[in-house]
Design a protein around this ligand. Structure first.
Ligand SMILES: [Zn+2]
Length: 414
């Protein structure tokens, strides 16, 4: 990427990197995980980055879910610009919940596609395949300048569709189970190999929060995960790349003392307050991979029938212990920068130790083996933001996780 002038993407101007610019999104990385692992001496590289580079906290977008934040990082903008505000939207005309994983729902170009157009080499590796198509939007794989594949489907990746034939074979790792720490390890290992052999200008590595949903920061399994990550981080750092480590969202315990999930079932409440089924509660965390969180998070949006008195319902919701925020669509657009046509009339958020469900009988909690840990609310909005170079950086709440590429490109252009 020589002799290029800075590039405008979605109204922000990005420096052209002189060394590879890498953003790593550690899914569900509540800052306490890093403190615990560093405290035990398990992350020497990240500890050094914190001391000699730039160490801040940043805010994620709300809902503090995976896809809205990954697409914000990929576009450098909040959901009101790129359109992806959850895994699901409700189509009022058909009465159906529609998956928002498809590229047609994306309303803004990614930083990746704009840099690709300008001649950059771009690599994206995701843990779960659900993000791959969105992150790889508009990339072309016929010039050996783009790679975008997932660990989850690494056996079947192709040169034509992902820029990499049989990624698992190429990496010499078996395709991991979807619910595993190895799914994320695959991402890091692929990043190291790509940086060493393929030399991307820009690389995005994004993991899965399987470990974080199950284990608290002080649990051995969580610490081993971050120890494993640090070894790969050391290799990326040694090769001279500019690196930012951030997260899509944090993670909090959401269970009662006996270990059972702490849940407010809002569809049941709506059915009680209005006619049964008259309102529709949408949990945008819902996706095909619910085993580790039972589709329970701290954010919901409610579609009301025309006859409903919205202010009255908002007041009733706010009176419930554990509901910290309930607001109108208009307020949510303003406050959380959400696309108004993809949320209901009410947006609500629950507190640190409690989550929101639809109807009690719609959540299969049998698969939850450990006490529930989840995210989606404002209490899971604070995430790490660590750069391996000393640069000028604001702190939270001004600093956002979706500033990752802006600052890593700045660092890579020094
Ligand atoms: Zn996530």
């Amino acid at each position: 990427m020589n002799n290029q002038s800075p590039l405008d993407v979605n109204g922000r101007v990005y420096q052209v990197p002189k060394v590879p610019a890498i953003a790593i999104c550690l899914d569900g990385c509540e800052p306490a995980y890093l403190d615990a692992a560093i405290g035990d001496g398990l992350m020497p590289t990240l500890k050094r980055m914190r001391e000699s580079g730039s160490d801040r906290l940043a805010h994620s977008v709300i809902p503090s879910f995976t896809n809205p934040n990954n697409l914000s990082i990929a576009t450098g903008r909040p959901p009101i610009i790129h359109g992806i505000c959850g895994n699901f939207l409700f189509d009022r005309d058909t009465g159906e919940e529609v998956m928002m994983n498809d590229v047609r729902f994306l309303r803004a170009p990614t930083i990746f596609s704009k840099f690709y157009e300008a001649g950059a080499r771009v690599a994206i590796v995701t843990a779960k395949d659900k993000l791959r198509a969105l992150l790889g939007a508009e990339l072309r794989f016929d010039e050996d300048r783009a790679k975008c594949f997932s660990a989850e489907k690494s056996d079947t990746s192709t040169l034509a569709e992902h820029g990499q034939e049989a990624a698992s074979k190429w990496l010499d790792m078996v395709q991991p189970e979807v619910y595993s720490a190895e799914l994320s390890e695959f991402v890091f290992a692929a990043g190291v190999k790509l940086l060493a052999e393929w030399k991307p200008d820009i690389m995005y590595l994004t993991t899965t929060d399987y470990v974080q949903h199950k284990y608290a920061p002080d649990d051995g399994e969580a610490k081993s995960f971050y120890e494993m990550f640090d070894k790969y981080l050391a290799q990326l750092d040694e090769m001279g790349a500019a690196i930012v480590v951030t997260a899509d969202h944090g993670m909090k315990p959401k269970h009662l003392e006996d270990g059972s999930p702490a849940v407010i079932y809002v569809q049941d409440l709506m059915d009680e307050w209005l006619d049964k089924g008259a309102a529709r509660v949408i949990l945008p965390i819902t996706d095909p991979y619910v085993v580790h969180h039972g589709a329970l998070g701290s954010f919901a949006t409610v579609y009301l029938p025309e006859s409903a008195n919205r202010d009255e319902i908002i007041a009733k919701l706010l009176a419930i212990d554990g509901i910290t925020h309930a607001m109108s669509r208009e307020e949510a657009i303003e406050r959380f920068e959400l696309p108004g046509d993809r949320i209901g009339e009410i947006v609500m958020v629950s507190g640190e130790n409690i989550c929101i469900g639809t109807s009690k009988d719609r959540h299969d909690l049998a698969a939850l083996k450990e006490p529930l840990r989840s995210h989606g609310g404002i209490t899971e909005q604070t995430v790490p933001f660590i750069v391996n170079r000393a640069i000028d950086l604001p702190n939270q709440p001004v600093l956002r996780n979706f500033d990752a590429f802006f600052y890593v490109m700045t660092a890579a252009a020094l």
